[in-house]
Design a protein around this ligand. Sequence first.
Ligand code: GLA
Length: 371
Amino acid sequence: MRETETRARGAYVERFGGEPEVVASAPGRVNLIGEHTDYNGGFVLPCAIDRRIAVAAGCDGDEVLYSADFGEARPLRREDDSWAKYPRGVLWALGEDGHDAGGFRAALAGDVPRASGLSSSAAIEAATVLALDALFGFGLDKKTLARICQRAENEYVGVGSGIMDQYASLLCEAGSALLIDCRSLEAESVPLDLEGAGLSLVVCDTRVERGLADTGYNDRRAACERAAETLGVQALRDATEGDLERLSGEELRRARHIVTENARVIRAADSLRAKDFEVFGHLMYASHESMRDDYEISTPELDAFVETARKNGAPGARLTGAGFGGCAIALMPSGSTGTLAEACLRAFADRGFERPEFYEFVAAAGAEVVG
Ligand code: GLA
């Protein structure tokens, strides 16, 4: 068992005084390329990270959720705006889908940074749904479980996200990225051999509250829908570069990002298969520029990280996730993360930005039942 899984199990034993019947865990994710394309029926290429949330669960006893990280217990069947809304949302969405889980109790423990854009909420949902699937013997496949988690997020938690985060958390494989076609919901693992290429995946959490994330996210979605309507296509996935001539202003800028980003994801997956990280890196920079100039979801902090990474020899860097704050990623020559972090700390301090956090992640396994 991993450390988080051992902690969840230990918290269960300590809190409830018996062994859990199931322990499951699920990772956070970073998206390598393909931003805001998921709700446009397009392509994304995330990988799971080696930070997880574990859920230890059992059927007997009180219906209580206990978080070892927050050191608090909350009733399973009540509504409040806390960490407990994610497992509750999963229970609700399972029921809506016709899978009635009985009562249960669970202890949770995790090490996915919260509110950073690394999908800690998808990790809780994925770990919970997998634990409940095992506990009640539903026998659902991981794609179905991911859709149930997305429903929990959209309709119970009330965040209008696409399918990427839940798919990534459930379906990613160690050492691979996951190419997802968000229309057909087909997913294919693509080897991500960073170590073999002498590279590391560095994540910079700019610590900028993603305050605008909700409104900005919904505005972008709405603009994409308007652009698709103007073009007479079902979604921007179906638009071509030639179609862009028929758009102007905001619709043009948003649609241009989506159309070019989808093309970049396909090329990026090909370059990963060919182990061509130079091409992959160029695509990352191009993706960032498109998000900065056309989709307008970057911030001065995210731009500063990408520029500093470029100056310090990164083959590629870009903001990752919804934008408006949160995290950016860079591919760095192995062993040079410290140099990049120092250069960034100076650049951020000079400009009066918050002190950022840095992480180095490896592409880890998706959600698993481990005990
Ligand atoms: C958030 C959402 C995802 C996706 C990204 C942007 O992470 O949860 O569904 O839309 O933003 O690519």
